[in-house]
Write a protein that binds this ligand. Structure first.
Ligand code: GUN
Ligand code: ZN
Length: 438
């Protein structure tokens, strides 16, 4: 296969930056390059050093003066909610009942699922997101559509069919046995096929009976290598209802704990209103708190305590939560995360933001050996960013003197317009997607 030599300003994080001056946390090459072969990165460094490693047949692609970063990672969203975005509701439970549980019923039709999966992956690529962890609907066919499209595009994606057997409309209910059987069959069919990762997906404690939670626990015990994704402590009314449904458990997290669902591959969406016991157990079990800032602001759910959870040692990820979230852009998501932290009296420095969108989210997904950096040997999933993508950005760039200022500008004013190109396993896909849509 032909090698690709990409030239540009290359930025990759090694570890979580401790401050805005923590220059040891990342590698940055002003005249940098990456060498790609067989879907992998084979070298990263200064252009002059990398160029001499290219031999035989190779294509040179010059992305100067743009930044080349690892592709963005979105660890919590609902691919079946693309048409729920921007639905007018007072709060989470009203939003779920009025719009979301109605929309998801459309996925009983496999053709609808296939159509939205196509739209979804086009959108991921246009926004520079190369890996996501998605909730499908309760219908196994929606997970089939999702993973088939991921495989077709050779993207590293996580996802799973929701299990839900109560407190939702009848057409969206499975049963404990059906949820188990369908999940089992989907794992068999899709996990490890292409770059797909199956995630066991009990939607949240409100929509699963104790009998279903037992079955979810059995699935988790039978597949300890798989991710688990669910929702935790997003909204006060949701928490109160959950506590009524599981009165024997000490708190919301305690329900998932009781059924054996905590651990470093367990992704807890939102995790806003946590008790000290829950925070301590999340830290001890390395269970991941996935913050969804645009969703939390849009639904008025609350403000995520970034510094508190980080100090307690809870692994943190940041995600869009489409369609409670309001943007597919990880740049916009970090812009809103910054504002959430401001309201908490906390600071989010731009190095930490870009770490979180890339390597941080990869570490939270236990996938940093494959994605999230530009280290040789990892998968060639990349995003190319233009900090002058709009006239306003170009104007502000004239005042920018340092890399951190440029990253902050990208986060504050950038979106899909700043994404020049998205590479998936070494293939440039964004221009192709845009041309196919025009
Ligand atoms: N809790 C359970 N389901 C959902 C969902 O679809 N979106 C959000 N934001 N919270 C949830
Ligand atoms: Zn969600």
């Amino acid at each position: 296969m032909t090698q690709k030599l990409l030239r540009g300003r290359v930025l990759s994080f090694n570890e979580r930056p401790q401050s805005i001056d923590d220059h040891g946390a990342y590698q940055y090459f002003e005249d940098g390059a990456l060498l790609l072969a067989d879907g992998r990165i084979t070298a990263m460094g200064d252009y002059s050093d990398v160029a001499i490693k290219a031999s035989g047949e190779f294509e040179v692609i010059d992305h100067h003066p743009f930044l080349i970063l690892p592709g963005f990672i979105d660890p919590h969203l609902h691919f079946v909610q693309m048409q729920v975005v921007a639905s007018y509701a007072a709060n989470l439970l009203e939003w779920l009942n009025t719009y979301t549980f109605v929309e998801e019923q459309r996925f009983a039709d496999p053709d609808h699922g296939a159509r939205i999966a196509g739209e979804f992956f086009d959108t991921m690529i246009r926004f520079g997101t190369t890996t996501a962890a998605a909730y499908c609907s309760v219908h196994a066919a929606s997970a089939d559509a999702y993973f088939a499209e991921a495989e077709r595009r050779n993207m590293l994606m996580l996802g799973g069919k929701c299990m839900m057997d109560r407190n939702c409309p009848e057409p969206l209910r499975d049963t404990p046995q059906q949820g188990y059987d369908e999940t089992k069959a989907l794992i068999e069919k899709w996990h490890g096929r292409g770059r797909n990762h199956y995630a066991i997906t009990p939607r949240f404690a409100i929509t699963s009976s104790p009998e279903q939670m037992e079955m979810v626990g059995a699935l988790a015990a039978e597949h300890p290598d798989l991710h688990i994704q669910t929702h935790l402590s997003e909204n006060d009314a949701e928490i109160a209802f959950t506590r009524e449904l599981f009165p024997d458990q000490p708190d919301y997290l305690g329900i998932y704990e009781h059924y054996g669902l905590l651990g470093p591959k367990s992704l807890m969406g939102h995790a806003i209103h946590l008790e000290p016991r829950e925070i301590a157990r999340m830290a001890e079990t390395r269970t991941v708190a996935v913050s969804c800032p645009t969703s939390n602001l849009f639904l008025g759910s609350g403000l995520f305590d970034h510094d508190g959870l980080q100090a307690a040692g809870v692994p943190i990820a940041v995600a869009t939560d489409i369609g409670g979230g309001t943007s597919f852009s990880m740049l916009k998501t970090m812009d809103e995360f910054y504002k959430v932290l401001q309201l908490k009296g906390q600071r989010l420095n731009p190095l930490l933001s870009f770490y979180r969108m890339t390597r941080g989210n990869a570490e939270a997904l236990s996938l940093a050996d494959r994605i999230g950096s530009l280290n040789a040997g990892t998968d060639a999933d990349l995003v190319v960013l233009n900090s002058r993508a709009t006239p306003e950005m170009a104007l502000k760039m004239r005042r920018v003197e340092h890399l951190a200022e440029e990253l902050f500008l990208l986060q504050t004013l950038g979106d899909d317009r700043a994404v020049v190109e998205t590479y998936v396993a070494g293939e440039a896909l964004k221009r192709e997607v845009e041309e196919a849509r025009t």
